[in-house]
Write a protein that binds this ligand. Structure first.
Ligand SMILES: Nc1ncnc2c1ncn2[C@@H]1O[C@H](COP(=O)(O)OP(=O)(O)OP(=O)(O)O)[C@@H](O)[C@H]1O
Ligand SMILES: [Mg+2]
Length: 379
């Protein structure tokens, strides 16, 4: 059984930088980005805890190499307490014990990187959290719930001396997501270049103000800040979007001939159109709303990393054949070895070239994140 770090002191919720990766649209690379960015931040010397808050548990599956429910059930049984649901259970199941930090799973191949595993039944806590967050009725019995996730993450980060927490969220507008997003210091919105991502940005521009109004109210209610797990007063700041998984204009015929070389470069025209539309939606619709609700950094902060024109932190093309190999070996795409890639000749050269480009893209993304989160922008 995993040992729990015991400490009754209230954690300093400001010490660690929490970054949520959120879009209620599914399949936009939230999990993939959490893993690749988390790995890159950790490679740059920062201690990082990745949190899997999605009951689909894709991130946990990727890191632990699990394929099916049986493997997860075995993990929950043999290592009780070592997942997000068990960590929260003292609050949600009114256990007579305090929430403690979780001893996370170390990620193979990276000493600075840890996983707080997800749980496929975390969604069972949705209803009670939703009731607690309605801010009405007999709230006293539920007063410890809204601050509990934040408390668990702070305690876990404290135990691991983490500088960053990256939270992989599920694609929904659930109470848990509302809670996690609004108690994070920063958030990134991953997107994919299609019509649905454009629509999703539109709907986020109506969701965020509602969530902000809720967190403002919850933060001002004595019942929540006098709770055993106080609800933190945080205003999450938008770092930017990421657009991912577009096809590029053909660089060479080698990939066409042999069919397996990944490419990276300028998006093909059909994808560029959607990228432009996403950027326009962010600039014209999302940003003004976020600014109005103090959920942005200062203009100078975006300018500092050169994203003031489109608020796009990174454009990442389709990894093609590299994605399956990265998943098979549980490593980021940019760290696949020649043996793992299993290609030769022209295709291998092209693949290596693309891999280097992906490495540079994630390195730049990590540098931007470090730069933008270095000062304390929280309010
Ligand atoms: N750049 C990429 N190139 C190729 N495939 C990718 C890329 N990014 C993600 N994928 C693949 O696309 C699928 C969706 O990605 P991912 O699981 O990261 O999205 P998600 O936003 O976390 O999805 P969900 O909303 O279901 O949690 C996965 O199969 C993943 O392996
Ligand atoms: Mg996911």
């Amino acid at each position: 059984m995993a040992k729990h770090p015991k400490s009754s002191a209230k954690p300093d919720q400001k010490q660690v930088k929490r970054i949520a990766l959120f879009n209620h649209k599914g399949g936009v690379s939230k999990t993939t980005t959490t893993f690749n960015l988390g790995w890159m931040l950790a490679s740059k010397g920062h201690r990082v805890v990745m949190v899997d808050s999605d009951p689909q548990c894709s991130l946990s599956g990727l890191v632990l190499g699990y394929k099916g429910q049986d493997e997860f059930e075995k993990f929950y049984k043999t290592q009780p307490g070592r997942n997000i649901r068990d960590g929260l259970s003292p609050a949600f199941e009114s256990r007579p014990k305090e929430i403690e930090g979780i001893k996370c799973v170390p990620v193979k191949g990276n000493d600075n990187l840890f996983l707080l595993p997800g749980h496929i039944r975390l969604s069972e806590y949705e209803v009670s959290l939703g009731m607690a967050q309605e801010l009405s009725g007999t709230i006293q019995t539920l007063q410890n719930l809204p601050g509990s996730i934040s408390y668990l993450l702070a305690k876990t980060a404290e135990f691991h001396k983490a500088e960053y927490i990256l939270i992989d969220m599920n694609p929904s507008l659930s109470s848990i997501n509302q809670n996690i997003l609004m108690t994070s210091d920063y958030f990134i919105v991953p997107t994919s270049p299609d019509y649905f991502s454009v629509m999703a940005i539109d709907s986020l521009a109506t969701v965020f103000p509602r969530w902000r109004a809720w967190s403002k109210k919850a933060g001002s209610m004595p019942v929540f800040h006098e709770a055993a797990y106080p609800f933190p007063t945080i205003v999450p700041k938008f770092l930017g979007t990421i657009v991912q998984k577009y096809r590029v204009r053909d660089r060479s015929t080698a990939s066409q001939e042999e069919g397996s070389a990944p490419t990276s470069g300028t998006p093909a025209a059909g994808f560029q159109k959607w990228i432009n539309e996403i950027n326009a939606k962010v600039i014209n619709t999302l940003l003004p709303v976020l600014r109005q609700h103090e959920m942005t950094l200062s203009d100078a902060e975006y300018h500092k990393v050169g994203i003031e024109k489109d608020y796009c932190l990174a454009s990442i093309s389709d990894f093609n054949s590299l994605i399956a190999k990265a998943q098979e070996h549980q490593v980021p795409v940019f760290l696949l070895t020649k043996e793992q890639i299993r290609l030769s000749g022209k295709v291998l050269n092209l693949t290596n070239e693309s891999k280097d480009i992906f490495e540079r893209i994630f390195s730049t993304l990590a540098d931007e994140v470090i730069e933008m989160t270095t000062d304390d922008h929280g309010s």
